[in-house]
Design a protein around this ligand. Sequence first.
Ligand SMILES: *Cc1c(COP(=O)(O)O)cnc(C)c1O
Length: 353
Amino acid sequence: MGIGVLRKYRDYLPVTEDTPLLSLGEGDTPLVRSNRLGPELGCEDLYFKLEGCNPTGSFKDRGMVVAMAKALEQGSVAVMCASTGNTSASAAAYSAYCNLPAFVLIPKGEVALGKLAQAMAYGARILMVDGNFDVALKLVRIFTEKHAITLVNSVNPHRLEGQKTAAFEVVDVLGDAPDYLFIPVGNAGNITAYWRGFREYYQAGCCNALPKMMGFQAEGAAPIVRGAPVAHPQTIASAIRIGNPASWKSAVEARDSSGGVIDMVSDDEILEAYRLLASREGIFGEPASAASLAGLLKHHRQGLDLRGKRVVCVITGSGLKDPDLAVSSVAAHTIEVKPTLEAVEEVTLSLVS
Ligand SMILES: *Cc1c(COP(=O)(O)O)cnc(C)c1O
């Protein structure tokens, strides 16, 4: 049963007697063992953490439930966030569940259709900003400093507290931390949260090792890799189209203290991984999610030896979030047939042996 992260991991979270233990069933997402790609890469122990299985289809729910619970506990009257889409979908859902109004600022024309549909359906007040995510986030930060409305972007510390529970789950299932954790990097909150989760579990004696954190930005939106903010970030992976990550420093800290890397992958590499994930593993993640697998493939090509290693790729959000891209980027096997048995037999039987 989905009891939610607040109940399941309350001892590790900022839960007091007054914190409402809300849940839409977030967390407890599947860790699926690779059936085809892992063996092809010489890695018998490759897993995908399916964060698209959260209530709104991305890992954002883990942090949002904590941020919302704390907002309620503190008597907040409304919440606000800037979003490339998934944060607004999540804020909108929990706001509907809690009856706390949500204002979401999204970059006009840059949010994937599924995410926009979610914010609309859940009834958030949507403010379309004529600017990119970084501009919207700056606005929200200034606004929430001035007004008594709770900021629920990942600069709200409760967000990362909730998100670290994904690392706990990985350890709970595997019995220890993996050798490598591959993860997409946008605003860099999630890599920060996972690292914190692994370290806290390590300190609590729940695991005996720590993973190397392998973070991946998109080539056109790779400020951490390039060492400077990117004014006009560009990539098909809209969830990581961020030019000035809020958690930049802590992501670098996670990289350095884990002995990992933060690298970049091209849109072509992201799309290749996106297609492979769906067509070879049966896992449909959104493009940004595929940056983790794209990173794994890139480093494998460059000689990273995965034999005997335990590897987790975080698949951060559902492929259904971005249906336009799915339809336009995949050469689908569609065949037109007449509505007769003979016509169906003719195109089918020759394809199976
Ligand atoms: C938010 C998001 C990311 C990026 O996570 P950060 O914490 O911003 O680095 C990656 N993939 C998906 C699907 C997301 O929603």
